[in-house]
Design a protein around this ligand. Structure first.
Ligand code: ZN
Length: 155
């Protein structure tokens, strides 16, 4: 069995082995776009997708939180299919999935971990716990394990 057998669809970036001081670079416009979305939908959680190609983000696609809830989120399959189609037609990939926590920290909840089915994506979390100082963090969630990906906001 090849080493990358657990890697799913493939085509993702090759991750270095071991600990390196590498941050994931995200342009300020996308970071601010996620925070803005979180603020607009508060107190409910917001959610959406970041599309990209190679190491670069190309579009923030907002989704509707079908739960309309401050405690959880989901995207209807019909809307998700529309997003997949848009991303695919543009020759992009889904690089990240974001949602907000309006009352708690920017850390995946047990539910987030349980529902995380996308080992190649980065899970972005916006926290509005301190409304004056929103927080954005990102994680890989694989097999129930949470690993933070340090973010560098650029541009
Ligand atoms: Zn959550």
């Amino acid at each position: 069995m090849p080493d990358d057998a657990r890697g799913g669809a493939g085509g993702g970036p090759v991750r270095p082995i071991g600990r390196m001081a590498v941050s994931f670079e995200i342009e300020r416009a996308y970071a601010e776009g996620m925070i803005q979305h979180a603020r607009e939908d508060a107190p409910n959680e917001c959610c959406g997708v970041l599309a990209g190609v190679d190491g670069r983000m190309t579009k923030l696609i907002r989704a509707h939180n079908a739960e309309n809830s401050p405690y959880r989120y989901s995207i209807e399959s019909r809307e998700l299919l529309k997003i997949y189609t848009e991303v695919d037609d543009a020759g992009w990939e889904i690089k990240g999935i974001y949602h907000s926590h309006t009352f708690t920290e920017a850390y995946p909840s047990p539910t987030d971990v349980r529902l995380a089915g996308w080992p190649d994506a980065l899970y972005f979390l916006v926290s509005l716990q301190d409304p004056e100082a929103p927080e954005l963090r990102a994680y890989h969630i694989r097999d129930g394990e949470i690993e933070e990906e340090p973010l560098a906001i650029v541009g």
